[in-house]
Design a protein around this ligand. Structure first.
Ligand code: C5J
Length: 230
């Protein structure tokens, strides 16, 4: 597969699409829709919607070009045995993790709210990583999966920018993966945390990774598609 040049901050990068993957983090109903975990914590979940359309566009291009796509979901076993006590004790008891809500038990695997939003629903071929923590590498087989497929670069999208996206990027960086975070494909309940989360990644010469807008990836991907069709 071809290489593409991606304009990014702090500097442009060349990416071999054979060794790149699109990682879409926690685009779950529990975070993006009313009645889920995000709202239970007092957040305005509509703030996350801005990331959906750009994510959808990048997902479509990745699928078209055969770039590996991996989705993640944050959540816990129904018996809560994989959830630390301090996490379970957060918030009002009637809306905590495991409590019943309009989309089933909050942040519990197998419940409607835990699943990925219909707009970005994984295809059968796309691995879905169920993670008990914020980071997608913690207690999952993501690292193994990426290494088995020879992946060294991750295009990162999802929610929320400063929590699961940032944690995953930091984990990935320590494990030797190059991260290119797609700014408009990420979102936060707190716009200032979104901005700060991205700033922290790209500061100091890209201490955790690079940041760019989805258009800066879509443009070179579209050009690849045209060359291949011609
Ligand atoms: C949060 C996440 N915010 N996916 N999870 O609790 O960022």
């Amino acid at each position: 597969m071809p290489r593409v040049r991606v304009e990014a901050e702090p500097s442009a990068l060349t990416v071999d699409l054979d060794s790149a993957a699109l990682l879409i983090i926690d685009m779950q109903r529990d975070f993006l829709e009313p009645g889920g975990f995000g709202e239970a914590l007092g957040n305005d979940v509509t703030r996350l919607r801005a990331a959906v359309a750009p994510c959808k566009a990048v997902l479509a291009e990745a699928r078209r070009l055969g770039v590996l796509v991996i989705h993640t979901r944050e959540g816990h076993r129904p018996d809560l045995s994989d959830a630390p006590r301090h996490k379970l004790e957060r918030g009002d008891p009637s809306t905590r993790i495991g409590a019943r809500g309009p989309m089933g038990r909050i942040l519990i695997r197998g419940e409607p709210g835990h699943d990925i939003i219909p707009e970005l629903y994984p295809s059968k071929a796309e691995p879905v990583i169920d993670k008990p923590g914020k980071g997608a590498f913690y207690q999952t087989d993501l690292d193994l999966m990426l290494r088995n497929r020879g992946i060294d670069t991750l295009f990162v999208a999802g929610v929320t920018t400063e929590v699961c996206v940032n944690t995953t990027v930091r984990e990935a960086n320590d494990r030797g993966f190059r991260c290119i975070v797609l700014a408009d494909c990420c979102a936060s309940y707190f716009p200032e945390f979104h901005d700060a989360g991205l700033a922290m990644i790209k500061a100091q010469g890209g201490i955790f990774g690079s940041v760019t807008g989805s258009q800066n990836l879509l443009r070179p991907l579209a050009a690849v598609g045209n060359q291949r069709i011609a």
